[in-house]
Design a protein around this ligand. Structure first.
Ligand code: ADP
Ligand code: ZN
Ligand code: MG
Length: 459
């Protein structure tokens, strides 16, 4: 981190991080905060902005925000002001967001990170409280757009740093530190995947040794560490090119394109377009390119958005799109079909992370594919795969001693069959395999069993 991230320019970064607080209820009303429930089931006159409804500040939110302020060494102000920030969005029923502007509840702390040159303090400009908007849901079938106000009024903290970060690595170190502090304080799930932790990244360059900051560009709404790092690298390149060719950087809002690893300036119309969901055609192309899946699998996965979203979330957790797709399209689909359910139905409580975990246990050789398949219906119902495995002692058996014993027992019970195999009827080996698997309740590693069987039969 001590090395300059660009030979000619010093990189200057400031971060604005939005964090969902995990309070029981919303910031200004008593509606419960529930993630993933049926649309518009957690609303009331206040968060629907019905005339005459009055906001009442959530004490728990203030308490959580205070904890964050104290843990980051901020000065807490006994007096602070909430303000109306006007926007016109369909998912913002009041027509304004309640936020803090001139007098936030706290200012001036720091978060310490480790760098190669030792610890470094990243100064915080402020933390303020604000409420989140609702969510627009666009029907890709052309059936129009609808608004879900379950999220409307969710308490957020916005944590703003001074432009103290000097590289993408420092930005990452800061965000990870912040994440760990907030987790430790138990005030947020701090989960990027679910949008509990979103980040605007401000980047500028200046000549080494220069005193004044350069003009910054702002990368909006990045929601994964990988994209944050890549976007910063791409933006450094872009600005350096502009400066190298004698140009000046314009202050602007940018978006990041993961596929080409480039950033581009958002014009007004583009900003509106960027807010649209990805349309099916584009999604199909991207799935084929990004995950290397076959045409038929891509078509099935992208046919409906809830399944596509689940696939992507599980793949982010697990890493291998092909493995996730195989499990989803074969096993998970069968479980859901059996129950007349599909993704997108509020009754489906299945989390992408749970599928990723289950596949991970198979990858690690802890569960056999067959046992994992047996557990799947319960995992789909919300059970944790690792807990099920531990509670029921299902961990795969690869202990050769145990396997040898099981094979020996099966061979002793099937002397006649063993004779026939020795006589050339190789296929009967499968029947014996089946019996060993049954004996070990499907927990035996099939490869190891086959090897031992083949050896013992010919002994
Ligand atoms: P806005 O709310 O319009 O984005 P702020 O003044 O609140 O503007 O600044 C937002 C963020 O931009 C802060 O995190 C700050 O550290 C960062 N920032 C300000 N100037 C620069 C700069 N020249 N280079 C990089 N980051 C900057
Ligand atoms: Zn409400
Ligand atoms: Mg900003």
């Amino acid at each position: 981190m001590s090395a300059p991230s660009h030979p000619d320019y010093e990189v200057v970064i400031g971060l604005e991080t939005h964090v969902h607080m995990k309070t029981r209820t919303k910031l200004f009303c008593a509606c419960e905060l529930v993630y993933g429930d049926e649309p518009n089931h957690h609303t009331c006159p206040t968060c629907l902005a019905l005339p005459g409804a009055l906001p009442v500040l959530n004490e728990q939110a203030v308490d959580f925000a205070l904890r964050a302020a104290l843990a980051t060494h901020c000065t807490v102000h006994p007096h602070s002001i909430f303000a109306r920030k006007n926007y016109f969005y369909p998912d913002l029923p009041k027509g304004y967001q309640i936020s803090q502007f001139e007098e936030p509840y706290c200012t001036g702390g720091f978060v310490e990170i480790e760098t190669e040159d030792g610890p470094k303090k990243i100064r915080l400009t402020r933390i303020h409280m604000e409420e989140d908007a609702g969510k627009s849901v666009h029907d890709e079938g052309g059936g129009g757009s609808r608004v879900d106000l379950n999220r409307s009024g969710t308490p957020l903290m916005e944590i703003v740093t001074e432009p103290d970060l000097r590289s993408a690595d420092e930005a990452e170190a800061y965000l990870k530190k912040l994440q760990s502090i907030l987790r430790y304080l138990d005030v947020s799930e701090v989960d990027l995947e679910h949008g509990h932790f979103r980040c605007d990244v401000n980047v500028s360059l200046r000549r080494h040794g220069a005193e004044e900051y350069g003009t910054r560009a702002e990368l909006k709404n990045l929601n994964s560490f990988k994209f944050i790092m890549e976007a910063i690298a791409a933006e450094i390149e872009r600005q350096a090119d502009v400066l190298d060719s004698g140009g000046t950087v314009q202050q602007c809002t940018l978006r990041y394109h993961p596929k080409t690893r480039t950033t581009s300036i958002m014009r007004r119309i583009e900003r509106a377009r960027a807010a649209l969901p990805e349309l099916p055609e584009a999604k199909r192309e991207r799935f084929a390119a990004e995950y290397g899946l076959g045409e038929r699998d891509v078509a099935t996965l992208t046919a409906a958005r809830p399944l596509a979203d689940f696939f992507e979330a599980a793949t982010r957790e697990h890493g291998d799109g092909k493995a996730v797709s195989k499990w989803l399209l074969r096993d998970v689909t069968r479980v859901l079909n059996d129950r007349d359910l599909e993704f997108g139905d509020a009754r489906v409580k299945f989390e992408p992370a749970a599928l990723a975990k289950l596949i991970g246990l198979v990858d690690a050789g802890k569960l056999t594919a067959s046992v994992a398949g047996d557990l799947l219906p319960e995992v789909v119902d919300g059970a944790d795969p690792a807990t099920l495995m531990a509670e029921r002692g299902l961990e795969a058996v690869s202990d050769t001693g145990v396997l040898e014993e099981a094979v020996a027992a099966v061979l002793a019970e099937n002397a006649a069959m063993v004779e026939r195999i020795r006589g050339g009827e190789d296929k009967l080996l499968n029947a014996l395999m089946g019996q060993v698997m049954k004996r070990t309740k499907g927990k035996a590693d099939p490869g190891a069993v086959r090897e031992i069987l083949a050896r013992k039969v010919t002994e």
